[in-house]
Design a protein around this ligand. Structure first.
Ligand code: FAD
Length: 455
């Protein structure tokens, strides 16, 4: 007579680095970067090798448990919308590493490696990569969701830079997917999130920038009516070499914050201009003519671009909501300012617009399921939520921002900005049915649970 393995069988894998509820290491291991997310899975496994990843997947599946890959937990909120009591989180934070091939201009990035580490490793070779605004987001979690970079309007969706993916699939085998190996799986992995397996490595193409013209412009929020209107007009005209974001921001008076932020309400434009200094200055002139209180734009080592957006340097509790909008008409600007402009009492720490278009809008021949992004701007409202009432207020204010901007929405979404689960057909568009078919083929029993689930 055979018996079905129980969850205790997991204790035999990962040399004991599997933490079950009640174990001393469980609470530390289940912590997500978003500290608001109180995820309570059946177990958290922390593999150090690819073989250990495969062992966890096989042991979990044999015990009737599902597997949720997680690197940092930046995007843990949608995952936690599922009941995790039958789910093993595979935390990739201790399976990391990056190696650069200077001849090929590529990097091989392992498991849960962070963008900051890849950017630092590429810098000695005069190169950088299609990272996002924060250095502590994982490379693989971001690229599996597409990825919006300050290099995006020139170089497109970051997932287009992926050349090969090594993934542990539902039966525990290690599969390499590329343009010539398992091409359907390769297509699906470039945007299909953690639905297809635990990704243990990716090969990515690097960018040839040792330095970049980048920085931020800052005004008091009282100036936001003219600044937002100027940015709306400017972003209609700038070439693809310019990728920027505009944020209406509010900071509480905190001693840890620099004085230009503490207790302030401000409007900030930041990003990168991939031009020589003279041309960059010429392009920025209309914004600089508005006499910003701070102007840090200049040529910096490309390693510095992960700091320009001033994302939190450590885990925080936050809530947010997102949609994509089309042209910023006068009505759309008025709606935005009504929610987050002068006099607003919103609890949002920021209401942000990221400029899309340019190469981001163009599907790439041989690209993956998320090879382009439709729409002109990605809107994001985020509030800090250190206690439950703040979370409730933040959700309400983020929802109010999105409701006010809904008349200008395109109906599409950027997967990496989705803080809650939604209608994934609006993210994937034409690729949705093919993606579901690939998922059904590689994971017929639904072993893997991603934060955004393809079923
Ligand atoms: C402060 C901040 C700044 C950000 N800036 C940007 C930005 O500029 N541009 C942008 O596009 N996005 C940005 N994001 C969003 C970010 O890219 C997504 O949240 C991304 O999914 C985070 O990946 P992660 O692995 O770090 O997070 P996690 O929560 O660990 O992972 C998210 C999901 O990715 C999948 N996943 C992660 N690792 C693996 C793996 N090894 N194998 C299989 N599946 C895996 C899983 O399904 C997981 O649920 C930002 C988020 C924050 C909080």
């Amino acid at each position: 007579m055979t018996t079905t393995p129980t969850i205790d069988s997991l204790r035999t894998v990962c040399e004991g680095r599997v933490h079950l509820p009640g174990d001393p290491g469980y609470d530390a291991a289940r912590l997500a970067w978003n500290l608001l997310v109180d995820q309570r899975p059946a177990a958290v496994a922390v593999p150090h090798t690819v073989d250990e990843v495969a062992d966890v997947v096989r042991a979990a599946a044999a015990a009737g448990l599902r597997v949720a890959p997680q690197s940092t937990g930046h995007a843990a909120a949608p995952l936690n919308e599922s009941d995790l009591s039958g789910v093993v989180i595979v935390r990739l934070s201790e399976l990391t590493g990056v190696s650069i091939d200077p001849e090929a201009g590529t990097a091989r990035v392992v498991g849960g490696t962070l963008w900051a580490d890849v950017v630092a490793a590429a810098a000695p070779y005069g190169r950088t990569a299609m990272h996002g605004s924060a250095g502590d987001v994982s490379v693989i979690g971001y690229l599996l969701g597409g990825g919006l970079s300050f290099y995006g309007r020139r170089h497109g969706v970051a997932a287009n830079s992926v050349r090969a993916v090594e993934v542990v699939t539902a039966d525990g085998s290690l599969v390499r997917a590329s343009a010539t190996e398992h091409p359907d799986l390769f297509w699906a992995l470039r945007g299909g999130g953690g639905n297809l397996g635990v990704v243990v490595a990716m090969e990515i193409e690097l960018l040839p920038y040792a330095e970049v013209f980048a920085g931020m412009l800052l005004w008091d929020r009282e100036r936001s009516p003219e600044v937002v209107r100027a940015w709306a007009a400017w972003t209609r005209e700038v070439p693809d070499s310019v990728t920027t974001s505009l944020r209406l921001m509010s900071f509480p008076p905190l001693p840890d914050l620099p004085p230009f932020l503490s207790g302030r309400q401000i409007v900030v434009i930041d990003g990168a201009v991939l031009e020589d200094d003279d041309r960059a200055a010429e392009l920025l002139a209309p914004l600089r003519a508005l006499a910003p209180e701070m102007d840090t734009f200049g040529r910096i080592p490309s390693t510095g671009l992960v700091a320009v957006h001033m994302d939190p340097p450590a885990p925080v509790p936050s809530v947010g909501q997102h949609l994509v909008v089309g042209e910023l008409t006068e009505d759309a600007v008025v709606a935005l300012l009504g929610e987050a402009g002068p006099g607003s009492t919103t609890s949002l720490m920021f209401a942000e617009l990221r400029h899309l278009g340019g190469a981001l809008a163009h599907p790439v021949e041989g690209g993956g399921v998320l090879t382009s992004v439709a729409g002109d701007y990605a809107l994001l409202g985020v509030a800090m939520a250190p206690f439950p009432e703040a979370a409730a207020q933040g959700r309400a204010d983020a929802a109010a921002l999105c409701a006010a901007m809904a008349p200008y929405a395109t109906g599409t979404h950027v997967l990496t900005f989705c803080e809650t689960r939604g209608d994934l057909a609006t993210v994937y568009g034409e690729g949705w049915e093919r993606l579901r078919a690939v998922r059904a083929e590689v994971d017929p029993d639904g072993v893997f649970l991603a934060n955004h689930t393809i079923a």
